[in-house]
Design a protein around this ligand. Sequence first.
Ligand code: HEC
Length: 191
Amino acid sequence: MTHHAWRFMIVIPALALLSTLLGCAKEAPAGATDRSDAERSEIGLTISPVPLNTQGLDTALVGVGSYLVNATGGCNDCHTVPNFATGGDPYKGEKAKINADHYLQGGRQFGPTTSRNLTPKGADRLPAGLSFAQFKWLMQTGEDPLDAKRLLQVMPWPIFAHLSEGDLRAIYEYLRAIPALPDNPNPSPNP
Ligand code: HEC
């Protein structure tokens, strides 16, 4: 065997080991998702379509909440009218731009039901004017906070009821950080 061949016998396994190690670093371990809370939070803070006021809030938690609202929750679909800014409608092949001016202000009409304004109210910045206990209760039971005998219609609370308390808290904290807006002056049905 020449001394060149010996060199390959060391170099090739070394390369194989290195690529295995790099591969492990990239791939999620079996049974886990591939994004940690820290990564979700970072992405959440990047994709929020509105500037956030995190004063007095836990920014990392706000970020996770933004991830849940903007990457999974679909809250925008029903609570922002219209969904997209002029020229920013991905369904028309345009580069997506959420309608920040009316973000989560409510006003989507579904027959007799209109989606509500989720933006923070008052000095305490309570989303839709709700305490966390009220918010959690309605997300888990669908009971209308304005009328406990009535169940919220259209609002997908039977799905959101599966979220953990921590996830609900993160969504709530994110809603505290978004800009406060009055109720939508132009409520309109789904186009
Ligand atoms: C499919 C449409 C839809 C989606 C998606 C949706 N909502 Fe709603 N939501 C509604 C409608 C419609 C109402 C009003 C229901 C009624 O009056 O019966 C409502 C009501 C609410 C209320 C009650 C507000 C109040 O003033 O009492 C809260 C809070 C709320 N939604 C939060 C959310 C959050 C947070 C998300 C995303 C995680 C979300 N919604 C996603 C349609 C939706």
